[in-house]
Write a protein that binds this ligand. Structure first.
Ligand code: MEV
Length: 382
């Protein structure tokens, strides 16, 4: 798959359970090194399934390709617009088989940009955008091949200097949306001690308040979105998808109004907590490593993924429940207590425990409520 290979690098492949998505039970393969991530998806999926689970929908798999020229001749943008029918005819010849899979060219547009960084020489930039429905592929290779093919014509038409020809990872024509409505009663929580139960209305209010903090503050929004991406990246890895592309698209989308914002929303309405997420999702079920990596194939079979849009919806649903798990913990006890409990095994191993001693150390750390290597060593008698 890559160059200069000296080995393979293992990561845990977990399976999150309990997810009810669009009325169908789903198993979710997740590859991630961080404890609590898979547990949180399973727990929050269990909680939300009592409310009918999550609902999701997805745009067609339309990627954007960019063909850029610098310093175009006068009137170039107009000429390029007039040439769109001719350029479209060329573009469809590059992947003629795509239409049979439900994909194909979905249009073109011309964008006129001005590079105007203060103190630097301004520069006119002209970009031809084309929109390609990549069906069940992520589509990077298909888009890039078309962009390469169009460049000579674009240069000839515009009189500009050839620039880049590459896809855009801000895949904002390929958005996925998921939502969940959780009645307060499902959020009712008993606390660990003798204190009274925390009413679900308070938990919901805490989650909504945590979301408002993220909406107004990019410092919090970054962490909020990191929690969302904990789930999304883990599914992307497990299913052989390019998580860097997904990350790039997600964060560019999060900043679309000029301020970096949370990818999800959490609001209290009419006795329920309502969560929503919307983001670009450039994932595929064909191409890339998908058909050559045996574990990826097993994960696709396990999740019973029917196509790229189905997989995109699974990503969005997992991102939303992952985020719910983090906010619920943060709004109540704080994240660290539960997280460190999950982390106790790693601490036991770090302290030198092996075999049956691992379980003994984990129980000891939980009983003490102290999750340090020093405490683990004491339990081991070292
Ligand atoms: C940790 O991996 C993710 C969190 O920081 C997310 C959040 O703060 O919302 C818990």
């Amino acid at each position: 798959m890559i160059e200069n290979v000296v080995g393979v690098f293992g990561l845990p492949n977990g399976v999150a359970v309990n997810l009810l998505l669009n009325g169908v039970d789903r198993l979710v393969p997740m590859v991630v090194e961080e404890p609590s991530v898979v547990a949180a998806v399973s727990n929050m999926s269990r909680l939300t399934r009592a409310a009918g689970g999550l609902h999701a929908e997805c745009d067609p798999s339309v990627m954007i390709g960019q063909v850029q020229v610098s310093n175009p001749a006068p009137g170039a943008a107009e000429r390029l617009r007039d040439a769109i029918p001719m350029l479209s005819t060329i573009a469809v010849t590059v992947h003629p088989q795509l239409a049979a899979f439900g994909g194909g060219l979905r249009g073109m547009e011309v964008r006129e940009l001005l590079y105007d960084e203060p103190g630097e020489e301004p520069e006119d930039i002209l970009v031809l955008h084309f929109f390609l429905d990549c069906a069940d592929a992520m589509g990077a290779n298909m888009v890039n091949t078309i962009a390469e093919r169009l460049m000579p014509e674009v240069v000839a038409i515009t009189g500009g200097r050839a620039g880049l020809r590459i896809l855009s990872n801000l895949a904002d024509r390929r958005l996925v949306r998921a939502h969940v409505t959780i009645p307060f009663a499902l959020l009712d929580e008993p606390t660990a001690g003798p204190e009274p139960e925390v009413p679900g209305s308070e938990v919901a209010a805490g989650i909504a308040a945590a979301w408002r903090f993220a909406w107004v503050d990019p410092y919090r929004a970054a962490t909020h979105n990191k929690g969302v991406m904990n789930g999304i990246d883990a599914v992307a890895l497990a299913t052989g998808n390019d998580w860097r592309a997904i990350e790039a698209g997600a964060h560019a989308w999060a900043a679309r109004d000029g301020q970096y914002r949370p990818l999800s929303t959490w609001k209290v309405r009419d006795g329920s907590l309502i969560g929503r997420i919307e983001l670009p999702m450039q994932v595929g079920t064909v191409g890339g490593p998908i058909k050559v990596h045996p574990t990826v194939q097993q994960n696709h079979a396990l999740a019973q993924i029917s196509g790229a849009r189905d997989l995109a919806m699974l990503h969005a649903a997992v991102g939303l429940v992952q985020n719910l798990g983090a906010l619920r913990a943060l709004a109540r006890e704080g994240i660290q207590q539960g997280h460190m409990r999950m982390h106790a095994r790693t601490i036991a191993l770090e302290a030198g425990a092996s075999g049956e001693a691992i379980g003994r150390v984990v129980s000891g750390l939980v009983a003490r409520g102290e999750f340090t290597v020093q405490a683990a060593r004491e339990i081991l008698g070292r």
